[in-house]
Structures are given as structure tokens and as C-alpha cells.
Design a protein around this ligand. Structure first.
Ligand code: AMP
Ligand code: MG
Length: 494
């Protein structure tokens, strides 16, 4: 790893320098070649294992924990910070420099009552979901590796510690701005310094003046909306959308009790501690907006409130546009619009969007009322001959009459498909066959816990690298969960 230290050198006072504490008997549980390539690495080696388990110092690393605050479940916590994640610096890759962080690397000045560690099950889950989302083309932080150990840690019972080696284009969160706006108020010099750093590092096409700030906030709104549109389109629930878990780049970030929907359920809750359903699947678009409002509030010393409001007002349009784009591709609606009617007026496009949104909404309602699996139902479009009344999708329905009513309008909207095989191939290229179902992650974790065997984890990770492909020997991984694995709700203790 070749590091630069821009955050560390330019933002003194925004972090605490702290050395990670080693984990004993470290061993690779998972390694991502894809993530490694991002920072110019190829294969794992023993020395790297010693460095990433904090047993050896890494050349050129700085080791620091960032300070930030955040709104957690609606309430402001004045100071959070990296309680168990220690950043080594920005590793220079062929296209970007990626922060390398040891999540679970030991206590920091921000650990509060925590031990600074991550348990193996949560480290494995973060590793898998980071790489799985990337393969689904969802903007996300990445995971280079997950490293197991025999260091005991205590949660509900005794478990073992592990480290996820996280790569992120930036670890700057909405909560960073909240911290320097409210908790460490000063004269806003630090808030400005942080905004300038963020812009010059990650939005280099923008200036660090009044006009640049406005444009920057607008881009943050757009990126956040886009990320959430992606989540909604693939049935992903993050579970803990606190403002300290929202990346300023709109990358999916800080994974805990996340889950993919099995059966489609708008009010699905994946977080054991989320009693009110604040972060339920269907709430995510609204929470994204609420979080952006908190960010806007923190930025009022830099950006006039009228400009902030104007940018916030674009959120819904960004989100709906992007969600529709993704869903139109999934259902096979997109090509029609552009191929058949290239000269549509703005009003006609808006009307078509409205109708498509309705068509999509009625489809998900059908899935919900018929208790169907979200991912597998969308995958059925890859088997569909739109001209035929018969389909596997129809066969799945209990309320066939309602489906037929929907399907007639869908057929009309799609129109004539000349090359059915090609149309089906296009659907399969955007509707994954394989997702990280909770029970699959759970099986991989149990094999490690009970037999010290990481082969299931490796197999699952390799499968999820190519979620759109057929893997004939791995059909079982695409199935709905067995009874024990349905509606698994994850605890926040991680
Ligand atoms: P999270 O919900 O994982 O995003 O964590 C919220 C806050 O709690 C962050 O500031 C974390 O760094 C901190 N935290 C979570 N788990 C631990 C732990 N085991 N030790 C120290 N800090 C922790
Ligand atoms: Mg967090």
C-alpha cells in the first residue's frame, strides 16, 4: 500500500492519533481481489496480514480516528467519532485514493463505553455486503478483507474479535459537519475548512466559494437521492440511517443490521432496536431527506438558507427519476420510451413517468399482497414473453385476476418485443439472481463459529461478485430462505 496523508496533514484538529491494538492469531477469513485492485494490490500475503491485524505497523500509515457527531434515531448526540475504526491514510490506487480503515482495530478516544472491537459475525457481514453492493452497481464503501482472530470479546456472550479492512473514498459523514457546526462551534473556521477539504478532494470540478458551496450541496443531495433510489430498487434496507452513517459522497456506508427483502414488505424492519420502524424499508427515501435537512441546517453558516432549501426541493425529483430509471430497466419499460417516441415533450415524459411509477407501485403491491419474493419475482422478467398470457410470474400469484389486470396494462406499455431472447437477456443483466440474503450470511458465519471453516464465506463472496449470472451448481443460493431464516432481525450489538 502506498499512502498519502491529506486528511491527516491538512485537517489537524479533526481527529485523534491513535494506534490500533493487535488481534491475536490473525487469519484471513475473506479477501476481495476486486477491492484490492482499487488500491493497486493483488494477492494477500503474510506481511499484509500482520499489518492489517495491527500486529505490524504499515509503512507510511498515520493511524487516526476522526471526530464527528450525529443524529441517532432522531436525537442529536454531540460527540461520537470513530469508536472502533482507525484510519491508516489514503492508499493510492490507479483511479482514486481510498481511505484504508481497520474497523474493530481497538479503542480510541471516542470509544465511550465500547471496547473498540467488532465481533466476527458483524465483520463478516460488513465484508460481504460491501462487496455484494458494489457488484450490484450500488455506490458503496468497499471491503478489502476480513481478518479473524482468537481474541475474546463479550457481547451477549463470549465471541471472537475480527477486523474488517474498509476502503472508502472518504470517511467524511454528514455528522462531521454537524460536529463542527454545533458541538465545536468556534467561528465556523473549521466548518469552512472541512467543506473546502471535501470539495477540493472529492468535488474537484467545484470552486470553494459561495457558488461552489451551493453547487456542492446540490450534488450531495443528488448523490444521496441516487443511493437511496438504488437501495429501493434492489430491496435493500440499511437499518441504521443515522446522520453519522451517511457518507458525504452518497456511498452506502457503515453496515450493521442491514437486510435485503425476501418477501416484499414496505414496512419491513431489519434492526432489532428500531421499535418504531424509523428505518423501515419504505421509510428510507423520507429519512434520506430528513438527514439532508440536518446536513443543510449544519451548513447554514456557509450557505444561505434559500439556496439550501432550493437544493433540498430537488431531492424528490432526483430520487424518483433515478428510481424510475432503474425500475423501468428492470421491468423492461425504458427502451420503449426512448426508442419509439424520441420526440416526447417534457409534459408527455412527466405523464409517462407518473404512469410508470404507478405501474411499478402496483407491481410491488401485488408482490406484497401475494407474499412473493422481491428478487426472485423480478428475475422472472428474464423468462417472460410479453406477448404471452402465460408466465411463471402469473403462476406465482394467488390473486391471479388482479395480476391479469395489471399485466394487461403492462403489456400495453411494453408494446411489441421483436427479439424476445435479447429482451430477456437485458432483464437478466439488471435483475440479480443472487443477493446476500441474511440466512446465507448466517450459514457462512455459523460454519466459521462452529468449525472454524471459512469456505462457505469464500463461496458466497465469489458468488455475489457475479450476481446477475447463472451459476447452475448454486441454484440453492437463489432460493427463498428456509423457515428458520425468514425475517431474521439482526441485533445492533456488533
Ligand atoms: P454504529 O451504530 O456502528 O455506526 O456506531 C455508532 C457509534 O458507536 C460510532 O461512534 C461507533 O464508533 C461507536 N461504536 C460502536 N461499537 C463500538 C465498540 N464496540 N467500541 C467502541 N465504539 C463503538
Ligand atoms: Mg457508524
Amino acid at each position: 500500500m502506498r499512502f498519502k496523508q491529506d486528511f491527516f496533514e491538512q485537517l489537524t484538529g479533526f481527529y485523534s492519533q491513535v494506534y490500533p491494538q493487535p488481534i491475536s492469531n490473525p487469519h484471513w477469513l475473506g479477501w476481495s481481489d476486486d477491492a484490492a485492485a482499487l488500491i493497486g494490490l493483488s494477492k494477500p500475503n503474510d506481511e499484509l496480514l500482520m499489518q492489517l491485524s495491527a500486529n505490524h505497523a504499515a509503512d507510511g500509515a498515520s493511524y487516526y480516528a476522526q471526530v464527528y457527531s450525529g443524529h441517532q434515531f432522531g436525537g442529536y448526540t454531540p460527540r461520537l467519532g470513530d469508536g472502533r475504526s482507525i484510519i491508516l491514510g489514503e492508499a493510492i490506487g490507479p483511479h482514486y485514493a481510498w481511505d484504508v480503515a481497520l474497523k474493530g482495530g481497538g479503542p480510541t478516544p471516542y470509544s465511550r463505553m465500547g471496547d473498540g472491537r467488532a465481533v466476527m459475525r458483524s465483520a463478516v457481514r460488513e465484508f460481504l455486503i460491501s462487496e455484494a453492493l458494489a457488484a450490484l452497481h450500488v455506490p458503496t464503501s468497499r471491503a478489502l478483507a476480513v481478518i479473524g482472530s482468537d481474541l475474546p470479546v463479550w457481547r451477549e456472550g463470549q465471541e471472537t474479535a475480527a477486523i474488517t479492512v474498509r476502503l472508502a473514498k472518504s470517511h467524511i459523514r454528514f455528522g462531521h459537519f454537524e460536529y463542527f457546526s454545533y458541538t465545536e462551534k468556534g467561528n465556523n473556521a473549521k466548518l469552512k475548512q472541512l467543506a473546502d477539504f471535501t470539495i477540493s478532494q472529492h468535488f474537484p470540478h467545484l470552486s470553494t466559494d459561495k457558488a461552489g458551496y451551493i453547487q456542492w450541496f446540490n450534488e450531495v443531495v443528488a448523490a444521496t437521492a441516487k443511493m437511496i433510489a438504488h437501495w429501493q430498487s434492489i430491496g435493500f434496507a440499511h437499518g441504521v440511517m443515522n446522520t453519522d452513517n451517511m457518507s458525504i459522497l452518497g456511498d452506502s456506508f457503515d453496515f450493521g443490521p442491514f437486510a435485503f427483502l425476501d418477501t416484499f414488505k414496505e414496512d419491513f424492519i431489519c434492526n432489532h432496536s428500531d421499535h418504531e420502524g424509523r428505518y423501515a424499508f419504505g421509510q428510507q427515501p423520507g429519512v434520506g431527506f430528513w438527514n439532508l435537512q440536518r446536513l443543510a441546517q449544519a451548513l447554514t453558516p456557509l450557505i444561505a438558507s434559500d439556496d439550501l432549501v432550493q437544493a433540498l426541493n430537488q431531492y424528490q425529483r432526483y430520487l424518483v427519476d433515478h428510481y424510475l430509471l432503474l425500475m423501468e430497466q428492470k421491468l423492461g419499460l425504458a427502451e420503449v420510451k426512448f426508442a419509439q417516441e424520441p420526440s416526447l415533450t417534457d409534459e408527455a415524459i412527466a405523464e409517462q413517468q407518473k404512469q410508470d411509477l404507478q405501474l411499478v407501485g402496483e407491481f410491488t403491491t401485488l408482490l406484497e399482497t401475494n407474499q412473493l419474493d422481491y428478487t426472485n419475482s423480478l428475475r422472472r422478467f428474464g423468462e417472460l414473453d410479453v406477448s404471452s398470457q402465460k408466465s411463471s410470474l402469473r403462476d406465482d400469484m394467488v390473486d391471479v385476476a388482479k395480476f391479469d389486470h395489471w399485466f394487461a396494462r403492462y403489456q400495453q406499455r411494453v408494446g411489441k418485443v421483436d427479439d424476445v431472447a435479447n429482451w430477456q437477456r437485458d432483464r437478466n443483466a439488471v435483475n440479480p439472481k443472487y443477493i446476500l440474503r441474511n440466512y446465507l450470511a448466517q450459514e457462512a458465519i455459523i460454519a466459521i463459529e462452529e468449525q472454524g471453516d471459512n469456505s462457505k464465506l469464500v463461496q458466497l463472496h465469489q458468488l455475489l461478485r457475479h450476481p446477475f449470472n447463472q451459476h447452475p451448481t448454486m441454484e440453492d443460493f437463489a432460493k427463498r430462505p428456509p423457515e428458520w431464516g425468514q425475517g431474521l432481525i439482526m441485533s445492533c450489538s456488533s
